[in-house]
Ligand binder design. Structure first.
Ligand SMILES: [Zn+2]
Length: 618
C-alpha cells in the first residue's frame, strides 16, 4: 500500500469526536502519579481498550521516595482529598480551594493546617533572597518553583508556602493557577511544610494589602503519603513478521485535573490509534509490531524501560504524544514534530514531510472541530518528556515527540475547552502512520527520493552553518552530515526490505556521496586535527531533573544560559555524545547540526567539566 492510501484508510477509521470524548473523560481525574485518580484514569483507559478488542496489562513500580532508576528517585505515593487557603486578616476571605482549583494544592504537600503572617520574599528559591527577612512562624509568598521555595522556607522555620506565577507565566491569564510538585525523597517528607499555588490575580491582591499592613492567612491540606505504586499500562498489536521489529508509542497519563491537552490529549489519541490499527488489521496488515504505553511521565517510564531493556532492542523508533490536541483558534499553531537527535539517525526524518503533507491533503474535519488547515513544523530535538527515556543509554532508540506550545500548559486553565477534535484526528492519523511506517515504506520506492531530498537539505544546512561562523568547520560538518545521512539510510535496513529495495539503497548511498562533493564546492577551509580527550558518560538514563541542585551559582548560570534551551535538549545531546568516541570539538559540531546553530566548543568543554564534577561523565 502506498502512503496516501494508508493515510486515507486511517482517516476513515480515526475519530476526532471519539478522541475528544476520551479527553473529557480522562480530564475528570486528578491523576498525579501514584494516586487514586491516576489509577482510576488507567482503569478507564483499560476499559476503553478492552471495548475495542485490545487486551492490556499493568506493570507496577514502587513509589516510595527511595527506589532509584539511574539517577531518578521515585516520587512517594500521594493522595489528596482537599485543601483550602483563607485570608484571615485584615478581613476574612477565601483565597482558593482544592474543590474549585485542584492545582492549588502543591503536589506532595504534606497534610496539616497552618496560620501565620504573610511575608513576600520575591522568587524565594535561593537562600540569598531571604537575606535578613525573618520568616519563622510565618507564611512565605514567592514566585519561584514550589519545590525550591518550600525547601528554603522550611529550613528558616516558615509554617506554610504560597507560590504565584511570575510575569512570564502569568502572561496568558492572571487567573491561571500553576501546577507545582515537590518530588521529595522519603527522608525529606518529615521536613515538608504545606504549600499552595495561587493565581497572579490573587497574589497581586495580597501584595497590595501587604503594602498597607500585615496580612494573615490560614491554610489546611487534607492529604497523605501512601505506598500506592506507580502504574504503567501496556498494550500491543503483533506484526506478521517477528523479524520486522516494533514501533513504540507512549503518552503520559499523569497530571492534575484537568490537564486536558497535557496530556489527556496524548492519552486519548493513543487509545484511538490503538483502536484504529486494530480495526484495520485486515485491510492494513502490519509486518511490524506496535506497542502502546500509558505512563506516569518519567517516573513510570524509566523503571518500565529498564525492566524491558531486551525487548526494547526490537524497537525501530519511539513516538511520544505529549500535548497534541490544541485548538488552533484558542491556542494557536503549529503542531510540532521534534526530531530525534542526529546521533540516533532514522529514515523516519525523511518521511515526516511527505507524511504530514499527506495528512494536510486529507483536509480532515471532525464534527464540531476546527476547519483550518493543519499547520505543522519539524523542529530540532527537544527534552522535557518520555522520549528522552528511550533515546538515552542504554536504549538509544530514535525517539520523536509530537507536541505543541501552549501558554496554559501545567495550569488550571488547561481545560477541555482548549482541545480541538479535528486536531486530535490529525494527531491520531499521524500516530498510526508513524506506527505503520516500517511496513508502509518497505514497499514505497519514493523513500529514496525523500531520503535524498532530506540529505541535500542537511548538506546545505551544514554549509550554511559553517558559513555563519567558522568556515574552517565546513569540511568536518559536511563529512559529519554525510556520515549521518548514510547512517539514516542504513537505519532502513532494520525494517527488513527486499532485494530490489536493497539495490536502491546502495544507489542512494552513492548519490549521497556525490551530493556531499557537490556541496563541498561551496565550502572552504581544511579539516582540523581530531586529537583530544574523549569523554564517556558514567550514568545511564536521561539527565535527572534535579541535577541543578548539585550545581554552584556560576555552574547553574552556565547551565541555564548555555545548555537549557529546548527543555535541556543540548544538555541531553551532550551527555549522549560523551560515548568515549568523540572529542569536545566533534561533539560541538554534531550538536551544531542538531541545533541548527554553531555550538561553541568552549561551551562543550565547560559542559563536560560540569558533568564530570556531578558524576555524569568520566
Ligand atoms: Zn506535563
Amino acid at each position: 500500500m502506498r502512503l496516501e492510501e494508508v493515510l486515507s484508510a486511517l482517516a476513515a477509521e480515526v475519530s476526532g469526536a471519539r478522541a475528544q470524548d476520551l479527553v473529557a473523560e480522562i480530564a475528570r481525574f486528578h491523576r498525579t502519579q501514584a494516586s487514586p485518580g491516576y489509577d482510576d484514569a488507567l482503569d478507564l483507559v483499560r476499559r476503553r481498550l478492552s471495548a475495542r478488542g485490545i487486551p492490556s496489562r499493568v506493570h507496577e513500580y514502587p513509589a516510595d521516595g527511595r527506589s532509584k532508576t539511574y539517577e531518578w528517585t521515585a516520587p512517594p505515593g500521594w493522595t489528596v482529598r482537599g485543601g483550602c487557603l483563607v485570608q484571615t486578616a485584615p478581613a476574612e476571605e477565601r483565597l482558593t480551594s482544592f474543590e474549585e482549583t485542584p492545582t492549588c494544592v502543591v503536589v506532595h504537600s504534606p497534610p496539616g493546617a497552618f496560620e501565620g503572617d504573610l511575608v513576600h520574599v520575591g522568587q524565594g528559591s535561593a537562600g540569598a533572597e531571604y537575606g535578613g527577612t525573618d520568616v519563622e512562624g510565618r507564611v512565605v509568598l514567592a514566585s519561584g518553583r514550589a519545590a525550591a521555595v518550600a525547601k528554603q522556607a522550611a529550613v528558616r522555620g516558615a509554617v506554610g508556602v504560597v507560590v504565584y506565577p511570575d510575569d512570564e507565566r502569568a502572561a496568558a491569564s492572571h487567573d491561571l493557577v500553576v501546577y507545582h510538585s515537590i518530588y521529595p525523597t522519603a527522608d525529606e517528607i518529615p521536613r515538608l511544610i504545606p504549600a499552595f499555588s495561587v493565581s497572579r490575580r490573587t497574589a497581586d491582591a495580597l501584595l497590595r494589602r501587604l503594602s498597607h499592613g500585615p496580612v494573615r492567612v490560614r491554610g489546611r491540606v487534607d492529604a497523605e503519603f501512601t505506598d500506592r505504586p506507580l502504574r504503567v499500562l501496556e498494550a500491543s498489536l503483533d506484526g506478521s513478521d517477528p523479524g520486522a521489529g516494533e514501533v513504540l508509542l507512549v503518552a503520559h497519563l499523569c497530571h492534575p485535573r484537568p490537564s486536558a491537552n497535557d496530556n489527556a490529549s496524548g492519552s486519548a489519541v493513543l487509545i484511538e490509534a490503538a483502536g484504529a490499527l486494530r480495526a484495520l488489521a485486515d485491510r492494513l496488515p502490519l509486518r511490524n509490531g506496535v506497542r502502546f504505553l500509558w505512563v506516569p511521565e518519567f517516573y513510570g517510564t524509566l523503571p518500565w524501560a529498564a525492566a524491558h531493556e531486551p525487548e526494547l532492542r526490537r524497537v525501530l523508533h519511539a513516538v511520544n504524544l505529549d500535548m497534541v490536541g490544541q485548538s488552533p483558534e484558542r491556542i494557536g499553531e503549529p503542531l510540532r514534530v521534534f526530531r530525534a537527535p542526529n546521533h540516533l539517525p532514522s529514515y523516519v526524518h525523511a518521511v515526516i514531510e511527505p507524511l504530514l503533507a499527506g495528512i494536510v491533503a486529507l483536509s480532515l474535519t471532525a464534527p464540531g472541530g476546527s476547519r483550518r488547515p493543519l499547520h505543522w513544523s519539524f523542529d530540532p530535538p527537544t527534552g522535557g518528556s518520555d522520549h528522552l527515556v528511550f533515546a538515552a543509554a542504554p536504549h538509544g532508540i530514535p525517539s520523536f515527540m509530537i507536541g505543541h506550545d501552549d501558554p496554559y500548559w501545567h495550569t488550571s486553565l488547561d481545560g477541555v475547552d482548549k482541545v480541538d477534535p479535528t486536531r486530535l484526528a490529525c494527531a491520531g492519523v499521524l500516530a498510526c502512520a508513524l506506527a505503520a511506517l516500517p511496513t508502509v515504506t518497505a514497499d514505497d520506492d519514493r523513500l529514496f527520493g525523500w531520503l535524498l531530498t532530506y540529505g541535500a537539505r542537511e548538506f546545505a544546512r551544514a554549509v550554511a552553518l559553517a558559513g555563519s561562523g567558522d568556515p574552517a568547520a565546513s569540511p568536518e560538518l559536511l563529512d559529519l552530515a554525510l556520515s549521518i545521512e548514510e547512517a539514516r539510510a542504513r537505519s532502513f535496513d532494520n525494517v527488513g526490505c527486499d532485494r530490489r529495495m536493497q539495490e536502491l539503497l546502495n544507489r542512494h548511498r552513492a548519490a549521497l556521496r556525490e551530493l556531499r562533493n557537490h556541496y563541498a564546492g561551496f565550502a572552504g577551509g581544511a579539516a582540523r586535527g581530531t586529537d583530544g580527550d574523549r569523554p564517556r558518560r558514567a550514568v545511564d538514563g536521561p539527565l535527572v531533573y534535579a541535577v541543578t541542585d548539585l550545581l554552584n551559582d556560576s555552574e547553574l548560570q552556565f547551565f541555564k544560559d548555555k545548555l537549557s534551551a529546548n527543555h535541556r535538549a543540548l544538555a541531553e545531546g551532550l551527555l549522549a555524545l560523551c560515548d568515549g568516541s568523540r572529542t569536545a570539538r566533534q561533539i560541538a559540531l554534531q550538536l551544531s547540526l542538531d541545533a541548527g546553530r554553531l555550538v561553541p566548543v568552549e561551551d562543550i568543554d565547560e559542559g563536560i567539566a560540569l558533568f564530570r564534577r556531578v558524576g555524569y561523565v568520566r
